[in-house]
Write a protein that binds this ligand. Structure first.
Ligand SMILES: *Cc1c(COP(=O)(O)O)cnc(C)c1O
Length: 417
């Protein structure tokens, strides 16, 4: 892959892209919601399929000339259905948020009640944040995690469901490291006659590999993103029981989107094919092992990991013992070439803009081929940086160490810039 034409036609944009590629190459990326897609996926994404208008669905489009993009979308739908054993799939959502919006528009009326996880305990903006459409259109009730265990308090979920009779219950989060009990959520939804939506945006890759329970057996609706653990192009998709196919298809188009991004849909199909391989399963297993190693290392260093550990690709580190905020920690780490995001810990005494923790995820470093030894080394680097954040000499040395580490595990050796 090279950028010959862009370099000549638009040196400014080429320059921004080049700098970003080098940044990704030279950074230890620990943001849990990111990953690095394969060259096959990048090629599909940059294909002339971007030129094609294909409003509608395969074999039922508003434009002519859709024969071949139909092939691509059909492959994407078949592959994702078989990957997750789902009866129905819609691969057109431009993002995870739009996937959630389409599900909500397909079964809810404005003013209906939804029950979802509190953002402060790990939930997502599109699950009812006041500034998001979901918080503006619906009455939102939130559940959290238990103060002691920091696990979802299913008793509280049931109590709130019985009291507020939501029409939709949402399970799934952006910063919850543990396995979610989908059968318990199903039981609660059935008790109050609510629909269940599981948003597996974060852990879809683990589900595909059989390392996290598959929510499709429990929920009417499952939404996801393709760009997180699934390691595909940026986008979303919806899985559901067949009876909801018409309602979801029309809620998405013409409800909230126009023409689908056919180049992205082709790239999603490639992602779903990759996710069916043994190599992908082994990759996800290493993602999980690396994350568990991080937890053990941090605990050995005397730090507290939220909920005591992880069952997934991410962990939350409580930094109160070091006496540094999540915000300051993410800035210090960025300066030595490590990217993480500040994150609230459950029942955080600090406001979101500061936060008491950071969220760490292993998808990208595992894609680069890093394993136990490197994770141990990175844990030490992080600990040293955060405990000596005012010692520039130490930080400089750690920055060099990060630089040497990323060089040994190139991200895109075949991209020529
Ligand atoms: C990332 C995420 C989304 C949505 O992602 P987009 O940025 O809109 O693609 C939705 N739900 C959860 C739980 C997420 O973590």
């Amino acid at each position: 892959m090279d950028f010959r034409h862009l370099k000549e036609k638009d040196p400014q944009i080429f320059s921004a892209i080049k700098k970003e590629i080098l940044r990704q190459e030279n950074t230890l990326e620990l943001i849990a919601s990111e990953n690095a897609a394969s060259l096959a996926i990048l090629e599909a994404q940059s294909s002339p399929l971007t030129n094609k208008y294909a409003e509608g669905y395969p074999k039922s489009r508003w434009y002519g000339g859709c024969r071949f993009v139909d092939e691509a979308e059909d492959l994407a739908r078949q592959r994702v259905k078989s990957l997750f054993s789902s009866e129905y799939a819609n691969v057109q959502p431009h993002s995870g948020t739009q996937a959630n919006m389409a599900v909500m528009f397909s079964v809810l009326e404005a003013g209906d009640t939804i029950l979802a996880m509190d953002l402060a305990c790990g939930g997502h903006l599109s699950h009812g944040h006041p500034l998001n459409f979901s918080g503006k259109f619906y009455k939102v009730i939130t559940y959290g995690v238990d103060r002691e265990t920091e696990l979802i308090d299913y008793g509280e979920v049931e109590e709130l469901a019985k009291r507020f009779k939501p029409k939709l219950i949402i399970a799934g989060a952006s910063a919850y490291p543990r396995i979610i009990d989908f059968s318990r959520f199903r039981e609660i939804a059935d008790k109050v006659g609510a629909f269940l939506l599981v948003d597996m945006a974060h852990f879809a890759g683990l589900v595909a590999a059989g390392l996290y329970p598959n929510p499709c057996a429990y929920a009417e609706f499952v939404t996801a993103t393709t760009h997180k653990t699934l390691r595909g192009p940026r986008g979303g998709f919806i899985l559901a029981k067949k009876e909801f196919s018409k309602a979801i298809d029309s809620a998405l188009f013409p409800g909230i989107q126009g023409g689908p991004l056919m180049h992205i849909i082709a790239a999603k199909a490639v992602c779903f094919k990759e996710a069916q391989t043994g190599e992908f399963k082994r990759y996800q297993k290493r993602v999980l092992e690396n994350c568990k190693t991080f937890c053990e290392e941090f605990k050995n260093l005397g730090l507290r990991v939220v909920s005591g550990g992880t069952d997934s690709h991410l962990l939350l580190l409580d930094l109160r013992k070091i006496g540094i905020s999540g915000k300051k920690a993410s800035l210090v780490l960025e300066d030595i070439g490590i990217t993480v995001n500040k994150n609230l810990i459950p029942h955080d005494p600090k406001p979101p803009s500061l936060s008491s923790g950071i969220r760490i995820g292993t998808p990208v470093i595992t894609t680069r081929g890093m394993g136990e030894e490197e994770v141990k080394q990175i844990s030490q680097i992080i600990y040293k940086a955060l405990t000596s954040f005012d010692n520039q000499q130490i930080l400089n040395r750690l920055k060099e160490e990060v630089g040497e580490l990323v060089k040994r595990f190139p991200l895109y050796p075949d991209i020529e810039i």
